[in-house]
Design a protein around this ligand. Sequence first.
Ligand SMILES: Nc1ncnc2c1ncn2[C@@H]1O[C@H](COP(=O)(O)OP(=O)(O)OP(=O)(O)O)[C@@H](O)[C@H]1O
Length: 261
Amino acid sequence: MVAIETTDLTRRFGEVTALSGLTLSVDEGALFGLLGPNGSGKTTTIELLTGQREPSGGSATVVGHDPVTEPMAVKRAIGILPEREDPPSFLTPREYLTFVGEVRDLGSEAQSASEDVSGQRPRTIDDRIETWAERLEFAGVLDALSTGLSEGERQRVMLAAAFLHDPDLVFIDEPLVNLDPIMQEQVKAVLSDYCERGNTLFLSTHYVDVAAELCTHVGIVEDGELVAECDPREMSEDELLEYFIAEVGGERRGSGVAVQP
Ligand SMILES: Nc1ncnc2c1ncn2[C@@H]1O[C@H](COP(=O)(O)OP(=O)(O)OP(=O)(O)O)[C@@H](O)[C@H]1O
């Protein structure tokens, strides 16, 4: 089954073509990585697929829904962590996640009986929050004001918010920014585990090593165009880096092509 399908998806901002004729298919259960240098159209793609922006041309289907005509159906079915999002500074992570849980209708009996990504069956929103806080190691700051959280702690709270309602499909724009190497490993394990359970992840990243290590399918974008697709499991990280460099212009550019420090 296909989770995401796009045909000639295009978005222009005045004179700038942020995305040009993207045609792509992502299977259910894939850990898909949209890999591209800065300004190549990754965030715009996520915005179009999640119904946050309308395309200038082309079409898309996300878990069977059109993000232009059925944005609310798409919103209900997915989780999302945009590139720059923080919990509100005057709320604690627990308060914020409780709010998200209420918005996601997790208080109802039917929802609270469902199995979450960890295979457990949390009964209440607070059980879910505790489970994610343990998994992503922010239990110690659950009741602290978010204004005092580190960048990495905020990122983990927002990750928990994206997964809280056990969606079948999650979009994450640059999943590992702001995380220390130990937390990166923890989050990678959560993401892989999520897909091994048959769910689908759509990541955007400009880090080749993230795509090489995590993804089952990579699409390389450059100047708003999909220039190549590959299975990173069939190549080493160095080979993917070489492939990427060859596809995005032949030279390694400090601003865009990157392996994490
Ligand atoms: N709201 C906007 N108004 C005008 N131009 C925009 C807007 N959003 C994006 N763009 C332009 O569209 C192009 C693609 O931007 P986008 O943010 O999708 O790239 P990206 O691959 O996510 O970049 P990065 O890795 O730096 O986040 C860029 O040239 C950007 O300047």
